[in-house]
Design a protein. Structure first.
Length: 157
């Protein structure tokens, strides 16, 4: 993979476990079936694993670190995380293979520059290369098409 998929950073996870980006307290559950895409470690949950669904605003968090104002592009949405600290990603490659994805491109000032629909993992590297060929692109967000959920972030290496 030409670019690295970034999970939600551990410092942000600590905050989300106390109060999420919508101001709600975390409510852990047992995932009976498994398969939830965990954004803390970029893998799917196992049956019987403890997980939590929290609201996360990835662009807002990035903008706060970089000192920009994303304006109307500041979105928040649901993400699954472990309710306690975990080891983070344990592998290389693309997380959450399979399914259609959108690759949204953002500028250094936090505004959307466009996007691309990809049909599977094999197209992600091409979408990243296309995005980062544009010098205006600072980062991309990969989202699931079915629910629009944020999956992971990729920045220039």
């Amino acid at each position: 993979m030409a670019h690295t998929a970034r999970p939600i950073p551990p410092a942000v996870l600590r905050v989300l476990r106390e109060r999420d980006d919508a101001g709600r307290a975390m409510a852990p559950v047992i995932d009976e079936e498994g398969g939830a895409p965990l954004r803390c470690c970029l893998r799917r949950s196992a049956p019987g694993e403890h997980i939590a669904l929290v609201s996360y605003a990835p662009l807002r968090r990035w903008a706060a670190r970089t000192g920009v104002e994303p304006g109307a592009y500041d979105e928040q949405g649901p993400v699954f995380i472990h309710p306690e600290e975990c080891a983070g990603p344990d592998g290389d490659g693309h997380p959450f293979p399979g399914g259609r994805r959108t690759v949204r491109r953002y500028s250094a000032d936090g505004h959307i520059l466009g996007g691309r629909l990809v049909a599977g993992v094999e197209e992600l590297d091409d979408a990243f290369a296309e995005a980062f060929a544009d010098p205006e692109v600072a980062l991309v967000h990969v989202r699931a098409v079915e629910y629009g959920c944020f999956l992971f972030e990729v920045r220039r290496d």
